[in-house]
Design a protein around this ligand. Structure first.
Ligand SMILES: Nc1nc2c(c(=O)[nH]1)N[C@H]1C(S)=C(S)[C@@H](COP(=O)(O)OP(=O)(O)OC[C@H]3O[C@@H](n4cnc5c(=O)[nH]c(N)nc54)[C@H](O)[C@@H]3O)O[C@H]1N2
Ligand SMILES: Nc1nc2c(c(=O)[nH]1)N[C@H]1C(S)=C(S)[C@@H](COP(=O)(O)OP(=O)(O)OC[C@H]3O[C@@H](n4cnc5c(=O)[nH]c(N)nc54)[C@H](O)[C@@H]3O)O[C@H]1N2
Ligand code: SF4
Ligand SMILES: [Mo]
Length: 765
């Protein structure tokens, strides 16, 4: 029943397993999303809320960053969008009374799923030094506590200001402004763990760290390669776009160690063919690659393109690129034996892919975490760019790079300056507009922030959203690091583990969600977001806030800034809080592409940000051209008797938020502690389906990390590879195991030993 949280902790790790499915969405998806929505919101609220998702006068889906088509359907959301909305618009509440009943040590023993199911946070809560229970606190006192701890720091760089990717443009702009006026660039964000590798690779090669395609381009492409991405779960409406492209004749190559149901076949719930019929087959060629084999794959494809007469767009290469000769020399040395070893593919499969690439005049490559979370993620993505440059596939319709972003405003937060390594031009613009001297030294990213906390160099940790201790690698190390802080503060909508793994003092600051009305002294406000394709538009919530004590994220930053910076700041924080239009006026003056922001965002559907490579084939790199690169090919090496483990998402979760315990498309029910292993590897390692095992990761420095009690599932993944869900497996990811250049945790390639145990399911930890 809506409004009633579950009692006890329902996580059981005795999952039921059936065969994986071969198609995504259809009626079961509709039914499932409505069931979860009803449980959280009841029928009336479900109907009212879901009809406003992604509508031009409604609010932006708090799920992923996939863009909306210009022509909107009445139900412009997917199953997982509905779940994200229900999670936020739930009628369940976490009140001060809840904290009186549950001590912090009690809550620390609960699962993330249970914590999230308790409902929306309603009042600011304070955990005093030495106390074991949160108590209600006034907003004023909360800001005083933060002010006291910030004032006590030896340097502003002892504070860390984290951001998750749901924060609006307005809140993000104010937040980075506050941090920089306070004096630090310590602005790590979830992007550091996500598409940082894409940003690094694209900035260096094409001059801008964002994708170069719009939704229409997908429909115009001859070929779309989807590498390292599971859109059926994580960007479900991308399947509608792929379906539309397929009907126009587009071919699709999928590169993935797992046969993901959504990429096999899509049953679009918005049309009759999808609801009742067989749906649309999406993938034409499935390359079941080994984890981390993508750079080798794209390298040999590039060699083969170079060796095919007439296959290189020589005019584009001559006019628009730099570094071709060095790249060509390196690519021509690509070796078949090494490629087959690295990829696990056959020569015939790779030649078939080549044939499809050569037959395509317009190719798009889409990717997500399967490419970004590896040690060699940056050179892998650069190799993808090499292919597109060879074919002249950047800066014309139907072609380009398409890193598909995760959080609904993660791209916008970066555009607004949430970045620990801001460009000098951005800081210059801030300085000119606001009349203070921003710090110039680079700040801490996520991994470096954890080290700084661990080593006592960072003492105040402030999070604008997210669930830092669960999302980050090396859970035990990270939790111990966070516990060393003087103060941890979380601006949050829902309870999560980061609220119960705290510094000496801790604060929970409850905030409005996307779905809620935001009324300030200047009247009703809206915020703006940027999707994965650089489209900026307004988002307006319609629901009554979960509690009368909530403040919006912009209001929290404004009040914090006034308390902490006092008269030293000439920034009009009060006016910003009163009327968000005044924030947008400043954004318009500081950030290129936002000229006339207020007027342009008032248009239904918003506007598209400029993108020089896409719009003008202009590449704002150091060389002034698009850069070919020639990094040595790398791939993970697997010691005898070990498997390479990727940590990924189930269908019933949004990052660390667990909606339910099923992963429907993969045939897993009622549990999350599963490890997927190919039947051949399982036989070789003597791991029966249904047996239980511990996962032990082995790191190069000789240390080991253990996650206990996983049910072995025989699953058709690539040989030598295994998969298990995040965040349960984050304990296995060594803090130092990160991607070169981007420093993103390499959570898709962990060398693990699978140790059989005699434990029964109900004892599994
Ligand atoms: N419902 C839902 N939606 C979400 C999220 C969620 O948790 N739930 N999270 C959001 C966020 S923040 C993000 S970043 C995105 C994440 O979206 P995805 O990147 O799709 O998420 P993952 O579950 O990490 O899946 C990685 C995919 O890459 C494949 N893969 C792993 N390693 C390799 C490799 O080495 N090579 C290749 N070719 N493939 C590989 C995996 O088998 C899997 O299909 O989704 C966003 N949307
Ligand atoms: N092993 C492993 N680790 C990973 C990954 C992986 O694939 N494998 N993926 C990484 C990726 S791609 C990402 S993006 C990170 C995600 O890292 P985070 O962004 O830190 O984590 P989330 O789980 O998305 O954060 C959920 C919390 O955000 C809060 N929240 C929700 N909505 C709002 C809102 O509107 N405002 C505010 N203030 N708070 C809100 C809620 O309290 C909720 O509990 O995890 C990374 N970690
Ligand atoms: S595809 Fe992403 S943004 Fe769109 S409705 Fe689904 S979860 Fe929301
Ligand atoms: Mo992400």
């Amino acid at each position: 029943m809506a409004g009633k949280p579950p009692t006890g902790d329902p996580v059981q790790d005795a999952p039921d397993v059936t065969a994986p499915q071969h198609a995504a969405a259809g009626l079961p998806a509709v039914a499932h999303s409505l069931r979860i929505a009803h449980q959280q919101m009841g029928a009336r609220r479900t109907a009212l809320t879901l009809l406003k998702v992604n509508q031009k006068d409604g609010f932006d889906c708090p799920g992923c960053a996939w863009p909306e088509p210009d022509k909107r359907h009445a139900a412009e959301f997917c199953e997982n969008g509905a779940k994200a909305v229900a999670e936020e618009a739930t009628l369940r509440r976490v009140t001060p009374d809840f904290f009186a009943r549950h001590s912090v040590s009690d809550l620390a023993g609960r699962s993330g799923y249970w914590l999230g199911q308790q409902g929306r946070l309603t009042q600011p809560m304070y955990l005093a030094e030495g106390a074991d229970a949160y108590e209600p606190v006034s907003w004023e006192r909360a800001f005083d506590i933060i002010g006291e701890e910030l004032a006590a720091l030896g340097s502003p760089d002892e504070a860390v200001f984290y951001t998750s990717g749901r924060t609006s443009n307005e809140a993000a702009f104010l937040y980075q402004l506050f941090a920089r006026e306070f004096g630090t660039n310590n602005l790590p964000d979830c992007s550091n763990m996500c598409h940082e590798s894409s940003g690094s690779a694209l900035s260096e090669t094409i001059g801008i760290g964002k994708g170069s395609v719009l939704l229409e381009d997908l429909y115009k492409a001859d070929l779309i390669i989807v590498a390292g991405q599971n859109p059926g779960t994580n960007h479900p409406r991308m399947l509608s776009a792929l379906e539309k492209a397929k009907h126009g004749g587009t071919k699709i190559i999928t590169v993935n160690p797992l046969p993901e149901a959504g990429l096999e076949r899509f049953k679009n719930p918005q049309n009759a063919r999808g609801l009742a019929g067989g749906g649309t087959a999406l993938t034409d060629l499935f390359l079941q690659i080994r984890l981390g084999g993508d750079q080798a794959l794209f390298r040999i494809l590039n060699k083969l393109v170079l060796e095919t007469a007439g296959a290189v767009d020589t005019e584009f290469v001559r006019e628009h690129t730099h570094g071709y000769e060095d790249f060509r020399t390196a690519a021509l040395t690509a070796d078949w034996d090494e490629t087959l070893r690295a990829t696990g593919l056959s020569r015939a499969e790779i030649e078939q892919a080549l044939g499809m690439i050569l037959a395509s005049k317009r190719t798009i490559v889409c990717w997500a975490m399967g490419l970004t979370q590896h040690k060699h993620a940056v050179p892998t993505i650069k190799e993808v760019v090499n292919l597109l440059l060879l074919r002249g596939d950047i800066g014309r319709p139907g072609a380009g790079v398409c890193p598909v972003r995760g959080h609904s405003n993660v791209q916008g937060d970066r555009t607004m300056g949430i970045f620990e390594r801001p460009a000098p031009a951005f800081l210059d613009a801030l300085e000119k507009e606001f009349g203070f001297t921003p710090p110039r030294e680079h700040g801490l990213d996520v991994v470096r922030a954890i080290r700084a906390l661990r080593d006592g160099q960072a003492k105040v940790f402030f999070a604008m959203g997210g669930n830092f201790v669960s999302a980050t690698p090396d859970t035990d190390v990270t939790e111990a690091a966070v516990r060393r802080a003087r103060l941890t503060v979380h601006v949050s909508t829902k309870l999560n583990r980061s609220h119960v793994v705290t510094g000496a003092r801790a604060l929970i600051l409850p905030t409005l969600g996307r779905t809620e009305r935001d009324r300030q002294a200047g009247g009703e406000q809206f915020v703006t977001v940027e999707d994965s394709m650089g489209m900026v538009h307004a988002s307006r919530g319609g629901l009554k806030p979960a509690s009368s004590h909530l403040l919006s994220e912009p209001a929290i930053v404004c009040r914090l800034a006034r308390r902490v910076l006092g008269t030293a700041s000439a920034t009009p924080w009060e006016a910003f809080e009163r009327d968000y239009g005044t924030i947008r006026d400043r954004i318009a003056r500081v950030i290129p592409g936002f000229e006339d922001f207020n007027a342009r965002v008032a248009r239904p559907g918003g506007f598209t940000l400029p993108h020089a490579p896409r719009d003008e084939r202009r590449f704002p790199t150091a060389t002034g051209k698009a850069n070919f690169t020639a990094a040595p090919v790398e791939y993970p090496h697997l010691p005898e008797g070990r498997l390479l483990l990727q940590t990924l998402r189930s269908h019933d979760q949004y990052n660390t938020t667990i909606y339910g315990l099923d992963d429907r498309y993969r045939g897993i029910k009622n549990g999350r502690r599963v490890v997927l292993v190919s039947p051949e590897d399982a036989r070789a390692l003597d791991l029966a389906d249904g047996s239980y095992a511990d996962l032990v990761s082995e790191w190069t420095d000789g240390t080991e990390r253990r996650a206990a009690g996983f049910r072995v599932v025989h699953y058709p993944t690539a040989r030598g590879c295994a998969a298990a869900y995040y965040p349960e497996t984050n304990v296995l990811v060594p803090l130092d195991h990160t991607a070169d250049t981007s420093n993103t945790p390499a959570s898709k390639s962990l060398v693990v030993r699978i140790e059989k145990t005699e434990r029964k399911a109900d004892q599994a930890g």
